[in-house]
Ligand binder design. Structure first.
Ligand code: NCD
Ligand code: ZN
Length: 382
């Protein structure tokens, strides 16, 4: 009955449903909820979490972390630094560096991950668990930014995966094959057949998150899998198809990996995110790169969405009149999947215009957030 709470928080004028209402009555009420969504001016949610985030290190970390801490209670911190985070001790030290730049007025908990390599020792998994690390990230070697240390053959990691299954650590996957013979737009679908399906068969007790899914195939695959497979979905994959990269010229700020796909895939992701299925949850994949590194001959992959993350998700859910599904996606499903408590406290979004800054400080340079200079329909209540 989650949606009941959401509706009253949306408008305050829709009466509460009771658990024992008949299905027909609930159908009517649901309609009322949807109508309520369309006219909602404020939306109060349990404080959300970001289940996939890049925050870099050093001065860049100090520049970007406050934006996330303002919006989210916790975030899964990606380990693709240079060099990558591959030990429990490195994860603990990185966690401290993150906590050091959380603004004193905010509470924020970084959830740490290790970077899986061909030879990460199973013993390290045990140490990682003891140090509070929650997951390991699988990057196929060469798949994306800072992934040269990634896995060359998944079978090389089997002893480590067994240790993870035993310890109850999750496996987070960048789900793209890297075979240059496979078209860039087909790499996620190929990953399902070539890697994910055999992996799930061999490790039925391992919880796996298919990160930043981008295709109808991936959404369908997760939707028809068991409770041990979940998926994160970014705001930009809910809002844009691949045309965005080529609108009136090449648009580097819309280039991320996995790359934006056709409209049919965007619609399938929106349907999955708003379906109420508990295996789909929020992961921004906010991936900051300095402006000058985006706007050059070879542009790094990544969209910087952290400053307006929830505003962008609200826009996506609003576009299909599904604001009443946002709280589960943003605040409940991820925590439940990870086996962590849901956050205490709330956040309120208001339907009030928000102009996204043209640039923001980023270490000794600047960064352009996605939608820089544009006006968004939703904003966070201060
Ligand atoms: C990420 C980055 O820049 O670290 N880039 C991206 O396009 N998402 C890496 C990743 O998650 O693939
Ligand atoms: Zn990422």
């Amino acid at each position: 009955m989650d949606y009941v709470a959401k509706v009253s928080s949306l408008t305050g004028d829709v009466s509460t449903c009771h658990e024992d209402r008949t299905r027909a009555e609930l159908g009517c009420r649901q309609l009322a909820c949807e109508n309520a969504d369309m006219t909602a001016q404020t939306l109060t949610l349990t404080r959300p979490d970001d289940w996939h985030l890049h925050v870099r290190d050093g001065a860049a970390l100090a520049s970007v972390l406050p934006a996330t801490a303002r919006q989210f209670g916790r975030a899964i911190i990606m380990p693709n630094l240079r060099p990558p985070i591959t030990t429990a001790a490195q994860a603990q030290a990185y966690r401290e560096r993150i906590l050091n730049v959380v603004p004193p007025v905010l509470t924020f908990e970084p959830l740490m991950t290790l970077y899986l390599t061909d030879n990460l020792p199973p013993d390290e998994v045990v140490r990682a668990k003891a140090a509070g690390v929650v997951a390991l990230k699988l990057y196929p070697a060469g798949a994306t930014t800072n992934s040269d240390a990634g896995v060359t053959d998944i079978r090389k990691t089997y002893a480590t995966l067994e240790a993870m299954q035993r310890a109850g650590l999750l496996l987070l996957v960048h789900g793209e094959v890297t075979d240059p013979a496979i078209d860039l737009f087909d790499r996620e679908a190929a990953f399902i057949d070539q890697v994910l399906e055999p992996l799930r068969r061999d490790f039925p007790g391992l919880k796996i998150v298919f990160e930043h899914i981008t295709t109808r195939e991936a959404a369908q695959y997760v939707g028809s899998a068991d409770a041990n497979l979940g998926a994160t979905i970014t705001a930009h994959h809910l809002l844009y198809n691949r045309n965005a990269i080529f609108m009136g010229g090449l648009r580097p700020h819309y280039y991320c990996l996995p790359v934006l796909k056709r409209e049919v895939h965007r619609l399938a992701l929106l349907a999955a995110a708003t379906s109420g299925d508990k295996r789909f949850f929020l992961g921004t994949d906010s991936a900051p790169h300095a402006s000058q590194l985006k706007e050059q001959a070879v542009c790094g992959a990544g969209c910087y969405t952290a400053p307006c993350a929830m505003e962008l998700y609200a826009e996506a859910f609003d576009s299909v009149h599904a604001l009443n599904k946002l709280e589960a996606f943003a605040s409940f499903n991820g925590a439940d999947f990870y086996g962590l408590p849901r956050n205490i406290g709330t956040m309120t979004l208001v339907r009030a215009p928000l102009v996204v800054p043209e640039t923001l400080p980023f270490a000794d340079t600047v960064i352009k957030p996605l939608r820089a200079g544009e006006t968004l329909a939703w904003s966070l209540r201060a």
